[in-house]
Design a protein around this ligand. Structure first.
Ligand SMILES: Nc1ncnc2c1ncn2[C@@H]1O[C@H](COP(=O)(O)OP(=O)(O)O)[C@@H](O)[C@H]1O
Ligand SMILES: Cc1ncc(COP(=O)(O)O)c(N)n1
Length: 271
């Protein structure tokens, strides 16, 4: 009998150098053995030194991708990445309400590691109002946590309060990714506020490297892949944290500056 594949979707921008965005998501889906599909919202012209141009897809084209995918496939889980502006957010939110596309992982992509902006300033409110209530899990990094909560989150207590604020806005589970900007730190701890109101910590050693393009995409894509398989939030986050760590820990030589992470090694080393 033919094997029925588990379909996982990324709704994201493509980064031409393959380090981040849709390409990193598809690498991650493949490595976690789910069938990956890509609904394109935007494309950026980038390499390991930066992003030099970006184009947003017309909303009518994004709508068409939602319609044709839902006509033909049963999607088990999805993640969102670069959504660019409030018109794209409105389109994505309307379709996530219209179609049942399984579990929803919201990765609030705002800025790249080089400091290039991937979401308009006037789109945060739409993100909070229209998308947060639909999320099974949201995965903000340290910078995005401050932007979305409007709070300064330095201590663990403050991070807990910030996570509770995001959960009250509608996200069922909130994963507050840890800081990794201090060369002297020994660990990176991500804090999950789960649906049951409990906090869980996921800790790995800190790796002092500039080759971390696509870490956030990889983490959220693996969470989506594992949720698509029917695993729990906690098990999915644990696998995603382990996978992303292995991918950072085995550097590969691609490009001259802020390189990508290693999905090949992570595939072999993550259970
Ligand atoms: N230098 C690092 N050493 C170890 N883990 C890291 C490092 N950088 C990021 N991570 C981990 O990678 C995952 C993605 O986090 P992050 O890089 O903050 O996301 P983003 O790409 O959205 O900024 C998290 O689990 C985080 O803990
Ligand atoms: C098109 C696109 N989407 C998302 C990211 C975020 O990348 P990261 O995972 O490093 O935060 C990116 N750099 N480019």
């Amino acid at each position: 009998m033919m094997k029925k594949e588990i379909i996982t979707l990324t709704i994201a921008g493509n980064d031409s150098d393959g380090s981040a965005g849709m390409t990193a998501d598809l690498h991650s889906f493949y490595a976690r053995q789910v069938y990956g599909m890509g609904l394109l919202t935007a494309a950026v012209a980038g390499n390991t030194t930066g992003i030099y141009a970006q184009e947003v897809m017309p909303v009518s084209f994004i709508q068409k991708q939602f319609d044709v995918l839902n006509d033909d496939f049963k999607i088990a889980a999805l993640k969102t990445g670069m959504l660019a502006n409030k018109e794209v957010i409105a389109c994505v939110a309307a379709n996530l309400r219209k179609y049942d596309m399984g579990k929803i992982v919201l990765d609030p992509v705002i800025m790249t590691k080089h400091g290039d902006t991937l979401l308009d300033d006037d789109a945060y409110q739409a993100f909070l109002d229209d998308l947060m209530p639909l999320a099974d899990i949201i995965t903000p990094n340290f910078y995005e946590q401050q932007k979305l909560t409007g709070m300064q989150l330095d201590t663990k207590e403050e991070i807990h309060r910030g996570a509770e604020k995001l959960q009250k806005m509608g996200a069922k589970n909130v994963l507050m990714k840890g800081r990794h900007d201090n060369a002297a730190q020994s660990e990176v701890t991500d804090i999950l506020l789960a649906e049951d109101g409990q906090f869980y910590e996921f800790t790995k050693p800190f790796i002092n490297t500039e080759r971390i393009n696509g870490t956030g995409d990889t983490l959220s894509a693996v969470i989506a892949a594992e949720l698509a398989k029917g695993r729990s939030i906690i098990a999915s986050v644990q696998t995603a944290k382990d996978f992303t760590y292995e991918a950072i820990a085995h550097p590969i030589e691609v490009g001259s500056k802020y390189g990508p992470i290693n999905h090949f090694a992570a595939q072999e080393d993550t259970k």
